[in-house]
Design a protein around this ligand. Structure first.
Ligand code: 5GP
Ligand code: MG
Length: 172
């Protein structure tokens, strides 16, 4: 596999994003909502760079392929979401690819009457979106390669890598 983004670079850019969020959310009742499982490493690093009172919650989203010809089907489990009524929600996910996951999550979270909803992603594969929304914050734009590390997996492997790497076809 090929390293695309070094650990040092990730730490620097995530910290900058945390400082920007801290400035923009000052005096707001912030709840950071991490999307399981891919966001866990990004979530843990990001919240420690946001120097504000905040709450942390989790929501689970997973897409899986059904029978071969069926499109990706998205399953969402919102049983872990805390009370977010009138709170400023920042949804944190690992990667924005087609955007289908974030668009669906935002639709569901809206039903819980938050004050606002914005999204932050570590990675953004630009040019692939099938939805009209875009992430409000992102750390890196990347080409259309399958990447792992820093929370992202292949078959639940590689999440612990502190850097982002692209898997070569022979790794799959
Ligand atoms: P979307 O719904 O935006 O198409 O895809 C978002 C989800 O697909 C991500 O949360 C992630 O779980 C998965 N995904 C998309 N691209 C990649 C990738 O390059 N590597 C990994 N590990 N997961 C990906
Ligand atoms: Mg995901």
């Amino acid at each position: 596999m090929q390293t695309l983004i070094e650990a040092r670079e990730i730490q620097k850019v995530v910290a900058n994003l945390g400082h920007q969020i801290a400035t923009e959310y000052r005096d707001q009742p912030l709840t950071v909502l991490g999307v399981l499982t891919g966001s866990i490493v990004f979530l843990a690093d990001l919240i420690r760079t946001i120097d504000l009172p905040l709450r942390v919650g989790l929501i689970q989203a997973s897409s899986y392929r059904g029978a071969t010809t069926r499109p990706l089907e998205l399953r969402i489990n919102d049983s872990l979401v805390p009370d977010i009524r009138d709170r400023s929600v920042l949804l944190v996910d690992d990667i924005f690819d087609t955007g289908n996951t974030l668009a669906s999550l935002i639709d569901i979270i809206r039903h819980n009457s938050p004050r606002s909803i914005r999204s932050a992603v570590l990675l953004w594969k630009t040019g692939k979106a099938t939805v009209t929304i875009q992430p409000d914050y992102h750390c890196f734009q990347i080409p259309d390669r399958f990447v792992v590390g820093y929370g992202l997996d292949y078959n639940d492997d590689y999440r612990h890598l502190p850097y982002i790497a692209a898997l070569e076809p022979r790794d799959l």
